[in-house]
Ligand binder design. Structure first.
Ligand code: TRP
Length: 341
């Protein structure tokens, strides 16, 4: 048997490299922004950052109706840019365009024990909770295997994700360790960089999600948002204007934590607890905060929207940069596994 040595990888420091992805499932809402994008935008200043559109991951559950994916891809990248991702600083690409990724996924599927995947809490949960979709498919079970391939093909250390992704990250670490112990230390072990847990619940207090119809979307105008905020339930025990309320029991208050200044928050808390401020006034402060937050995002979005071919060009440039790196990874994988026949 030949013993081709593993070629040295292009020297890079894995501790300086971050990668994350997002499924193109619809327009971005505040939950996406505060749960992920804000962190990504900060991270691109600090680390060599790769961000990709996880269109294959969208297929794991939405395989039956693929009609929306193409539009969602373009729209999501536009939202990313409007919210501050900068293609000069980050590498932005489309998952399905990467050569070698499907191969790495297949290789990892060989070394991943079924039990690890079946025990994954998100797998069990989603199988039970997502009504109207049959998630008994092989690809859905392998979701974390594909996610592992996404991460390690970039030989990235840091994976900025929300807490909901931690079980997947744990599996990625295990699969990576397994690969390295079988074939040699090709990959750095990935680690989660948790998004500081600023909670942005939906308008009804549940998780913000398109499928719950409880979101505020980054692209929405204040005309669209205002009635949504006006209709939000506040502290249900505060029946009349002069009853004192409790911010802890209010669907609105968490938004003040994200969008209002510390001084405003002090005023709001005191006003609510003493009934000197009513819910209408409190909502008006929030609407002002939202308008100020969204104005620069809308402005950027409008400017970018006019540039035809922009998204395609950004994805093409990102693909080229990523592919250069990832081809080196795949070469190392094939060598380490003695698959160069
Ligand atoms: N599973 C992630 C989510 O739903 C998206 C994702 C796919 C991802 N591949 C990834 C995130 C790799 C981080 C790294 O949010």
């Amino acid at each position: 048997m030949s013993t081709t040595p593993t070629p040295p990888l292009c020297p890079h420091n894995p501790d300086r490299r971050a990668l994350s992805g997002m499924r193109p499932t619809g327009p971005l809402h505040l939950g996406h922004y505060f749960g992920a994008i804000k962190n990504w935008v900060e991270m691109q200043e600090e680390l060599e950052s790769y961000f990709f559109v996880a269109d294959w991951h969208a297929l794991t559950s939405d395989y039956a109706d693929t009609s929306g994916i193409k539009t969602y891809i373009d729209e999501m990248v536009l939202d990313w840019l409007a919210a501050g991702l900068d293609p000069e600083k980050s590498v932005i690409y489309l998952q399905s365009a990467i050569q070698g990724l499907a191969e790495l996924h297949l290789i990892l599927s060989m070394i991943t024990p079924l039990g690890w995947l079946e025990r994954c809490p998100t797998y069990k949960e989603q199988q039970q909770n997502i009504a109207g979709k049959d998630l008994g498919n092989y690809g859905f079970l392998g979701y974390p295997v594909l996610m592992t391939a996404d991460i390690i093909i970039a030989r990235a250390r840091w994976v900025p994700v929300g807490a909901d992704q931690l079980p997947h990250l744990e599996l990625s670490r295990e699969i990576t360790r397994r690969f390295n112990s079988l074939y040699g230390e090709v990959f750095p072990e990935p680690a989660a960089r948790l998004t500081p847990s600023a909670k942005c619940p939906g308008l009804d207090g549940r998780k913000m999600s398109k499928s719950y119809d409880n979101g505020i979307f980054l692209r929405e105008s204040m005309e669209e948002i205002t009635p949504k905020v006006r209709g939000m339930l506040t502290d249900a025990a505060r029946l009349r204007r002069h009853d004192p309320g409790n911010p802890e029991n209010c669907n609105l208050y968490p938004y003040h934590e994200l969008l209002s200044s510390p001084d405003e928050r002090t005023e709001i808390r005191a006003g609510c607890l003493s009934a000197s401020m009513g819910c209408v006034d409190c909502k008006n402060i929030l609407l002002q905060g939202l308008a100020a937050f969204l104005a620069p995002i809308h402005e950027k979005r409008t400017a970018l929207q006019g540039k035809s071919g922009l998204i395609r060009d950004i994805l093409a440039a990102g693909l080229e940069k990523a592919q250069r790196e990832y081809s080196l990874t795949m070469d190392a994988v094939r060598s380490a596994m003695r698959l160069k026949y």
